[in-house]
Design a protein around this ligand. Structure first.
Ligand code: M6R
Length: 613
């Protein structure tokens, strides 16, 4: 949420910043801006996309060797030119870009106004620039770093901050509490960013800032310390992502690219972890804690959004494959209800980005209460990946489209592998059963490939017929109930069509009232053990003239006969079917959104990683 980039070196800073902001735009796209020091501090900013800013900068001929930039997802103050970042201090010498929320900004702002400062914007961020300058001027003999430390001590809330000061024109200052920031080390140049995407084309050497830390960055050096002024030596990490992974590779949208990447991303997620020779599963990241998982008093999975849908599936999978009872929580609810979790319990958090504020808060709460905290995460180096006690990476590769697709299937694969490994270790799964599961799991990438090849054209055509439907209902049972929720979320977030997901049998307890001849009802009827019940539910929809679109196994003639449209997918084990059934739903929402002229990769009001609570 909000993207931050900064550069110091021999290149033209505005060029690096604009390129970086374009890569970061998936984090927020309400407005964008940059500040440069070239003699004096100069800035350009404005409402709308980075492209607008780019034009402004080209027209102005702005240049320089040091600068910071920001792309905004608005929290405080509407998205307009004035509220865009950077925010400047009263003298215009200090520029600040910020990701996060300054919770006590109102109090601080009132005090600053009382002491004579004038504010330009409605943002919380401007308070940082103004307070910093006030402290710098009021406290004799302190340097700029010390002024930042004193400022941060007065701030309550979360921040990833990048600051430049016209009076120290060879430095960028950054600080972190709750919002990610990293530093990229180049040859005679340095970069800062809120994630690796703007840095990856220049260097693969990065330093991750932790909460409570700040850094001063010069062209050839950097120093990291705590806000309390304790110097630190930080580990330099190597980035594992390549430039190709964060580009569209000829696809019109990242979302479509990511949907089509799934045969590979699912295979990558399983690579080196399942053996079709020994029919075993090896998850190095949790090997040392699997007995704690087995012996836990309570296992809770917490997540948000699409990752919460995986979590819900995790409950079905752990119960069926490992006979381990699991509860699933919205991360945002878990933290604030004084959760009954403590020593001997396990909290498993799931997050693509590893930076979701609600999920991080749940993780920290459970850690504070001494539960074992495990993670399933896609982004290596993210806060969740670094703060959990143990975990498993999904290895899906960077996911840029705001709508999560390949991250979901990879999370489900990890949950399947975790549940199988736990079931085997507990002795509830025999070697013979493991053989059956692992052989089938290894066929999933090819089956996903088949679905993409054989259903894409039909779904695209069908999407044309439903482009202007005002509502959609998604129904599924058992393992495909979470898929119904996911299908509905995908549609509403990128096409702005109202959609609801329900357990199919629950429909008759209320939502059935919505069904008429105008209502598309997507039924996910690919789970054998609930097939007969599902057919009854489809009959109920048909009796009310609902328009039935079914996702079904190849030869399910009963479902086919009831459906206006059907998408056939290959058969698999029931508990693996979400990995297949979700693919047509992703494509359906994609094509409907494209037909409606929506910005698929950057849907309105959303951002890729939600780093505010
Ligand atoms: O990065 P995370 O998995 O923690 O993100 C959680 C949600 O914000 C995310 O899944 C969101 O719901 C997506 N837009 C869904 O497509």
């Amino acid at each position: 949420m909000c993207g931050i980039v900064g550069y110091i070196g021999e290149r033209n800073a505005p060029d690096v910043l604009i390129k970086g902001l374009k890569r970061l735009e998936y984090r927020g796209y309400d407005s964008a801006g940059i500040a440069i020091i070239n003699g004096a501090l100069v800035f350009k900013k404005g409402k709308g996309k980075v492209q607008n800013l780019h034009k402004m900068i080209k027209d102005s001929g702005l240049s320089g060797k040091i600068g910071i930039g920001h792309t905004r997802w608005a929290t405080h103050g509407e998205p307009n030119d004035v509220n865009s970042h950077p925010h400047l201090s009263e003298t215009g010498k200090i520029a600040v870009v910020h990701n996060g929320i300054i919770e006590n900004y109102n109090t601080l702002k009132k005090q600053l106004i009382k002491r004579g400062r004038t504010f330009q914007s409605q943002t919380d961020t401007e308070v940082v620039a103004q307070l910093l300058e006030e402290i710098l001027h009021a406290s004799k003999g302190i340097d700029f770093e010390q002024a930042i430390q004193l400022t941060l001590k007065q701030i309550v809330g979360t921040y990833g901050l990048a600051i430049i000061n016209a009076d120290t024109p060879d430095c960028i200052y950054i600080a972190r509490k709750g919002s990610p920031l990293l530093l990229g080390i180049g040859e005679g140049e340095m970069f800062i960013a809120s994630d690796a995407s703007p840095i990856v084309e220049y260097t693969n050497k990065v330093v991750y800032l932790d909460d409570g830390e700040m850094a001063t960055i010069r062209q050839d050096s950097y120093s990291v310390k705590t806000i309390e002024d304790v110097s630190l030596t930080k580990e330099v990490h190597e980035l594992a992502i390549s430039l190709g992974e964060i580009e569209k590779a000829g696809y019109p949208h990242f979302m479509l690219k990511e949907i089509f990447e799934q045969p590979r991303s699912i295979a990558d997620c399983m690579r080196g972890r399942i053996s079709t020779q020994t029919h075993s599963i090896q998850l190095g990241g949790i090997e040392d804690v699997i007995d704690d998982l087995i012996n836990a008093r309570r296992v809770v999975i917490a997540a948000c959004g699409t990752s919460w849908h995986s979590a819900l599936l995790g409950e079905y999978l752990f119960e069926y494959l490992a006979k381990t009872p699991v509860e699933v929580e919205y991360a945002s609810e878990f933290r604030y209800r004084d959760p009954l979790i403590g020593p001997g319990d396990v909290l498993l958090v799931i997050s693509q980005s590893g930076e979701t504020a609600d999920t991080i808060a749940a993780m920290r709460e459970a850690k504070k209460r001494e539960a074992l905290v495990l993670g399933i995460c896609n982004v290596v180096g993210s806060t969740i990946s670094r703060e959990t006690d143990a975990g498993v990476f999904t290895h899906a590769g960077p996911e840029i489209g705001v709508a999560s697709t390949k991250a979901f299937t990879a999370q489900v694969v990890v949950l399947i592998m975790m549940a199988l490994a736990t079931g085997k270790r507990k002795g509830v799964l025999s070697q013979q059963q493991m053989k059956g599961y692992i052989e089938e799991l290894s066929k999933i990438p090819a089956k996903v490939e088949y679905i993409l090849e054989h259903t894409d054209a039909a779904i695209r055509q069908m999407a044309g017929l439903f482009t202007y439907a005002p509502n959609f209902l998604y129904l599924g049972r058992s393992y495909n109930f979470p898929v119904a929720l996911e299908g509905a979320l995908k549609l509403k977030e990128i096409s702005y069509i109202h959609a609801e997901g329900y357990p199919a049998a629950e429909m008759k307890h209320g939502p059935i009232a919505l069904i008429d001849a105008m209502m598309p009802v997507v039924v996910i009827a690919a789970t054998d053990h609930t097939n007969d019940k599902m057919i009854s539910n489809i009959e109920e929809v048909k009796a009310r003239k609902g328009r039935i679109i079914s996702i079904m196994n190849d030869e399910n003639s009963d479902v086919k006969a009831l459906s206006e449209f059907h998408i056939s997918i290959p058969a698999t084990k029931d508990c693996f079917s979400p990995l297949l059934t979700v693919i047509p739903l992703q494509l359906l929402s994609y094509y409907i959104a494209v037909n409606r002229g929506c910005n698929v990769d950057q849907p309105r009001n959303l951002a890729k990683s939600v780093t505010v609570e």
